[in-house]
Write a protein that binds this ligand. Structure first.
Ligand SMILES: Cc1ncc(COP(=O)(O)O)c(C=O)c1O
Length: 425
């Protein structure tokens, strides 16, 4: 295979003809495949369901540390659930608030509280601020961006590097007092699968923002989610911030959505003691207690970090081959053509591909025409606008292996077709 950049116009036209034929053949198959969202596949859901839903054997199992899980109480969650998350995140149990089924909801709620009531160090609620800006490492998670967009904040992009967000850019940006916060997915970032380096984490923890109530949103959604290799330890952001003199700057989030069941797991946030007191006061207005039966089910099922990591290795046995199917196919078919680049992540739920600038939207339209749904073009950027029209997020977890192979073939075909259209224009 020759790189497209080295082919003559005639060779490129010939190549286009061949790829068009392949495209037509795929379209004739009337496919209906989906690589759009990071959802676990059925085999993963089946793997946890049996144990999770048959866990209550006797009425004693409804009692945890003397607390009857069936009744109101313990707004901040079962101590056992808080202990479990503390062990996973490497923080202290008192710093954890175990809640309902969604960490995204907790993230929305934290920002919503800053907006309506203000945070611990706010001079006023953010709704009274003239203008709020928010740092968004790109590419990033579309639902994060949507939350801050929905409150009318100006989304300021920061480029991602292989070690995490460009820290020179972040340090410069936080000198602006209108910059009130920043999104982060520190381990296996969505979509790049990048793990923040220790140096990046230290620099983030030591930021000196002009805003006294700067909010570091630390979404540790993929903290134990290796699908290749051993568990990778990570620094505890809360103690890093405390050491750097920013004890109240970070709110960390996590959930069991991709450990047990998405939408039916347990989510938590973790923060300093002072933030916890502030949040509990605000929370007590809106909730009596979260679903402690589900928390108890998870405590009994997951037990501790060692058991949780063992379960994650079983997820990896299912997920690993799916990711390798995608990256191997890309390497074989696309690398020699020089029309796209991507990371080879070791965890998380995505492969982030950078197509030839100006071709991502067209590639995804072509995929759609063949019956393969992918995450919308631009979704990984604030306001859904990728200035380069290049980034494509691939989510290989949901389709069974056989379907995945066809979906990747479609993607490769459409990448080639759109690149050829662009070059030959
Ligand atoms: C980075 C990140 N955070 C949060 C979520 C959603 O988490 P939850 O199910 O706990 O709301 C996802 C889901 O894809 C995600 O990728």
């Amino acid at each position: 295979m020759t790189a497209y950049a080295e082919m003559s116009r005639q060779e490129l036209l010939k190549e286009q003809e061949l790829i068009c034929q392949r495209f037509e053949k795929l379209r004739d198959q009337k496919l209906n495949l989906n690589m759009a969202r990071g959802k676990p596949g059925k085999a993963q859901l089946d793997m946890v369901s049996e144990g999770l839903f048959n866990i209550f054997k006797t009425p004693r199992d409804y009692i945890s540390d003397g607390i009857d899980c069936r009744n109101y109480g313990e707004m901040a969650g079962l101590p056992a659930a808080r202990r479990l998350f503390a062990e996973l995140l490497g923080c202290r149990m008192e710093q954890v608030f175990a809640a309902g089924n969604s960490s995204l909801q907790l993230m929305y709620d934290t920002i919503s509280k800053a907006y309506t009531n203000g945070l611990l160090h706010s001079e006023r609620p953010w709704c009274k601020e003239e203008h709020v800006k928010w740092l968004c490492p790109v590419p990033g998670y579309d639902r994060h961006f949507k939350i801050t967009e929905s409150f009318g904040f100006e989304l300021v992009t920061v480029p991602m590097t292989e070690n995490g967000p460009d820290m020179d850019a972040v340090e410069a940006a936080v000198r602006d007092p209108q910059v009130k916060g920043m999104w982060n997915v520190p381990k296996y970032s969505n979509p790049d699968g990048i793990v923040y380096s220790e140096e990046t984490v230290r620099r983030i923890a030591a930021l000196k923002p002009a805003a006294p109530d700067f909010l570091l949103m630390w979404d540790n959604a993929y903290c134990v989610h290796e699908f290749e290799g051993e568990f990778v330890p990570f620094p505890d952001i809360l103690s890093e911030c405390a050491k750097a003199g920013n004890p109240d700057m970070a709110f960390e989030f996590a959930s069991t959505s991709k450990i047990t069941l998405p939408g039916a797991g347990v989510a938590c946030f973790a923060c300093s003691q002072a933030n916890m007191d502030h949040m509990k006061k605000l929370m007590s207005v809106q909730v009596i207690s979260f679903d402690k039966m589900n928390q108890q089910r998870h405590v009994l099922f997951l037990k501790d970090k060692a058991h949780t990591l063992a379960l994650m290795r079983r997820h990896a046995e299912i997920l690993g081959p799916k990711f390798r199917c995608v990256t191997d196919a890309l390497e074989k078919e696309i690398t020699p053509l020089g029309i796209a680049s991507w990371q080879r992540p070791k965890g998380g739920y995505f492969v982030s591909l950078n197509a030839m600038p100006g071709t991502a939207r067209r590639t995804l339209d072509l995929c759609k025409a063949v019956g393969v749904t992918m995450t919308a073009a631009g979704a990984t950027f604030p306001y859904g606008k990728d200035p380069q029209d290049s980034n494509i997020r691939i989510a290989p977890s949901l389709p069974p292996r056989e379907e995945l192979e066809i979906a990747v073939e479609v993607l490769c075909t459409c990448l080639r077709l759109s690149a050829l259209e662009k070059i030959l224009k």
